[in-house]
Design a protein around this ligand. Structure first.
Ligand SMILES: *Cc1c(COP(=O)(O)O)cnc(C)c1O
Length: 834
């Protein structure tokens, strides 16, 4: 323990009370030079974009630091009620551009660098994405933190500091190859280690009864193998409001004693091994999106996050409120991002009952007043269940607590529905069977006062289907919170040209109040405004075309329709349907059916989970189709296709501003919300989409005239399944017939006959869960409508403006205000004066 010297500050407050740093002029320049030359100790051999970026990032970080402290001081002084957002994923992307935008120093920095002949963009590109997430769920967490800081809400993110984030995707001979993402290798400017808040986390061991000093029988968890959790804090700046919130990421480290015991016993190898084992916990992000993993290490990660975060909250609570545990529920709310951290329900019970010695009912009342759960998917393969035997081995005390929660819960169900044994079985936290399992979603629902879905349709389907029993028991718990995205990153920062044009016309209020974009609607028909809008879009398309050429060698013509689908590769997202349409366009070109043709550039990107064979085969098909189409002289400029490798946050920042058509084509009822759809809409792309997730709400805003809707509804999907005959659909549609024939012949798999047979089998199976062929005809028709609309620039531009103008609802500022109003009930708390 370090000696506390804060008594010095009563005599010498000047030790920490520094005057605020200048946001422009020589001070900024001096800091930049000092970091480069002195702190980093670089000279002419090291004058690379990377080191220049690092020096610049430190200079910007200093400006965040003083605001960060002032924010913390304000929360502490008011003992503000807080929300802890628990998530196994935070897909933050790059930090520099966002920090500069929010501090309002982009222009000053640009000028500074310009004096040295350096372009800001070049340095910004030296920053590695923080890729600590898979896709939508992790990016949502990042957008939430941004909006909470802008709204000055005391919200603290808790996550894991993975050494290796989401893998880097390379495409070799049309195949996905995964490369490790060692993102911390060159150092990470945007984190601050806080070893003083290290926590000790238990695994393994056994439980035993004992009597405490008062003669009370209690349980303790003994003979555990402990791992240390060391926090690293990442600043989360609000927009020009001096608030800087925190994201606290836990890193696993071995306990010194644990090593030492073995070491002293002469077992050096074992000592090293245990250190190795401990540090494995936060070594790597599991790269599965929307599917469970079932690996023991994943359960370790989940418990490690939950336990470290709750202990951290308890530490602060004891310091500020002593043993008044009512205040714990009064002053803290825990939002569970999916079931991944839901073991927190049992862990908080353990901490309160075993360690703080509260009685069960009192502890349960505190837990169920502070936990809230967000569900992100209806896909059965994503529902987490852990084998009871794994719990027994890894977390024996938590299993006992889950059994006790379950016993009391099933009593309640039994009183409400006497004699309904089947219902009891359905609702039990333990699924019976050869391998009994713990149902993590049920644990999350039972332990939470709020359960929400992430778009209107999704929330409704939850209460009607998956969670129906629980909805009947506790209807008041269930609510909807439609997702959003932050317009700071996804419009103001990534689309500076459109930012300027919009701000010139309606002022900059939209940056913190996106509904103000509505004012653009009055200009939707204005010829001059339309011309400016098109110029911006053309500029962004050129920028995207350059990226595509650099990454793939394929040349996109910015005059063509840019038709884009970027998201994780998954059967339910139906990249295959997109691919079938591309083959259909190719077939039309080959048979000369090209009157009134709209030239089109199709871009598809996204990562496949490394163990998901079907998704990887879809990537191969896209690449093979692209090779044939792009290489066929008959095609000319009519059609270009690329698979863009390594889709990530920083590539989306270039992609969404340059899109004309946004592909959101999931099987209805399967995409919980989607957020890519919102980024595209904000940047003036028009959606071609199914009636699914937040597409429904986008369509509600823009109307049928400004959206290309196609396909079965969720209800029609359910009805079609009973009697689905894909072969009959093929037989009745000559276009589809031709597409299927092309798929079958060897053109797209030269030298590898039958390569795509598994895809063909899946498409033509009456059991195809994604009903891809059922939507082919209406999809192709909607695509033809989009192509026709694009040939009329005035019409297309009006649609584009209207999409942007009506995207106000899809800001996470709105989403966070709804969470706060209905669930968190926090007070906006500005920082102390600098
Ligand atoms: C927004 C985003 C997603 C989510 O996209 P969906 O189309 O909603 O699935 C995934 N990955 C990245 C990098 C994103 O920026």
């Amino acid at each position: 323990m370090q000696q506390d010297r804060s008594n010095i500050l009563t005599v010498h407050p000047e030790l920490t009370d520094l005057p605020p740093l200048a946001m422009e002029g020589p001070a900024l320049d001096e800091d930049f030079l000092r970091y480069f030359n002195r702190t980093l100790g670089r000279d002419r051999q090291h004058c690379t974009n990377h080191y220049l970026y690092e020096a610049l990032a430190y200079a910007v970080r200093d400006r965040l630091m003083e605001r960060w402290k002032a924010t913390r001081a304000a929360y502490e002084k008011r003992n503000a009620r807080r929300t802890c957002y628990l998530s196994l994923e935070f897909l933050m992307g790059r930090a520099l551009g966002n920090a500069m935008l929010n501090l309002d120093i982009t222009d000053a920095i640009r000028e500074l660098l310009h004096r040295y002949g350096i372009a800001l963009e070049e340095l910004a590109e030296a920053e590695h994405d923080a890729g600590l997430g898979n896709g939508g769920l992790g990016r949502l967490a990042a957008c939430f933190l941004d909006s909470c800081a802008t709204l000055q809400l005391p919200v603290l993110g808790y996550g894991l500091r993975y050494e290796y984030g989401m893998f880097r995707q390379e495409i070799v001979d049309g195949r996905q190859v995964e490369e490790p993402d060692h993102w911390l290798r060159d150092g990470h400017v945007w984190e601050l280690e806080r070893p003083e808040y290290t926590q000790r986390i238990h695994f393994g061991g056994r439980t035993e009864f004992y009597r405490d000093q008062d003669g009370q029988q209690r349980v303790r968890w003994v003979d555990t193998h402990d791992v240390l959790a060391v926090p690293y804090d990442v600043p989360v700046p609000g927009y020009r409001n001096d608030t800087v919130n925190s994201l606290r990421l836990w890193s696993a480290s071995s306990t010194d004693e644990f090593d030492l015991d073995d070491f002293n016993a002469g077992d050096y190898d074992r000592a090293v091994e245990s250190k190795y084992d401990a540090e494995h916990i936060t070594m790597v992000l599991y790269p599965n999106d929307a599917s469970e993993n079932g690996k023991e290490l994943r359960l370790r990660q989940q418990y490690f996050l939950a336990s470290a975060s709750l202990k951290d909250v308890l530490r602060r609570h004891l310091r500020l409120n002593g043993t008044d545990f009512e205040q714990l529920a009064e002053r803290n709310c825990f939002q569970l991002n999916d079931t991944h951290p839901s073991i927190a329900v049992a862990e908080l019970m353990r901490l309160l009952v075993d360690e703080q010695r509260l009685d069960w009912d009192r502890a349960w009342s505190i837990v169920t007043r502070s936990m809230a759960y967000t569900n992100h998917t209806l896909l059965p393969e994503a529902l987490e269940r852990w084998p009871v035997y794994l719990f027994e081995k890894l977390l024996p005390r938590l299993l006992e607590i889950i059994y006790e929660i379950n016993a009391r819960f099933l009593d309640e169900v039994g009183r409400r529905w006497p004699g309904d044994a089947v219902r009891l079985q359905r609702m039990s936290l333990i699924e019976e069977g050869d391998t009994p399992m713990v149902r993590m979603a049920w644990l999350a629902i039972v332990g939470s006062f709020s359960v929400n879905g992430v778009a209107g349709l999704h929330s409704r389907l939850l209460t009607e289907g998956l969670f129906r029993d629980f909805y009947e028991l506790w209807p008041e718990k269930f609510n909807n919170k439609t997702n959003g995205v932050t317009q700071r990153r996804w419009l103001a920062m990534c689309n500076p040209q459109l930012n300027r044009l919009i701000t010139e016309r309606i002022g900059d209020g939209w940056v913190t109040d996106l509904a103000q974009l509505r004012q653009l609607e009055a200009m939707a028909e204005d010829a001059d405004f339309q011309r400016r809008w098109r110029e911006v879009k053309q500029f962004n398309k050129q920028r995207l075309a350059t990226l595509v050429r650099d990454e793939t060698g394929v040349v996109f013509d910015p005059e063509a329709l840019f038709d884009i689908q970027v998201k994780r590769i998954h059967e339910y997202k139906r990249q295959l349907l997109n691919c079938l349409h591309v083959i259909h366009l190719y077939a039309r070109i080959k048979r000369g059916d090209t009157t009134d043709w709209t030239p089109r550039c199709v871009l598809i990107g996204g990562k496949a989970a490394p163990g998901y064979a079907m998704a990887k085969l879809i990537i191969r098909l896209i690449n093979n189709v692209a090779r044939v189409v792009n290489g066929d002289p008959d095609v000319g400029d009519r059609l270009r296709v690329v698979f863009l490798p390594n889709y990530r946050v920083s590539s989306m920042e270039l992609i969404c501003p340059g899109a004309d058509l946004s592909e959101q084509i999931s099987t209805a009822g399967k995409e919980a919300s989607g957020t890519g759809n919102m980024k595209f809409m904000m940047n003036g792309a028009i959606t071609i989409g199914t009636y699914d997730g937040a597409n429904i709400e986008i369509l509600d805003e823009v109307g049928d005239d400004n959206f290309f809707r196609f396909g079965l509804s969720a209800e029609e999907v359910a009805a079609t399944r009973a009697d689905y005959r894909p072969q009959a659909i093929i037989d009745s549609d000559p276009d589809l017939q031709q597409v299927m024939e092309l798929l079958q012949d060897e053109r797209f798999s030269p030298g590898e006959p039958g390569l795509f047979a598994p895809l063909i089998r899946a498409l033509t199976s009456p059991d195809d869960p994604w009903l891809t062929l059922a939507d082919f005809r209406s999809y192709a028709d909607a695509q033809a409508q989009a192509a026709a609309a694009y040939r009329d620039p005035a019409r297309w531009t009006r649609m584009s403006i209207i999409n942007s103008a009506r995207s106000g609802r899809f800001s996470t500022d709105r989403t966070m205000q709804e969470y706060n109003r209905d669930i968190w009930k926090l007070e906006a708390t500005p920082p102390e004066a600098l």
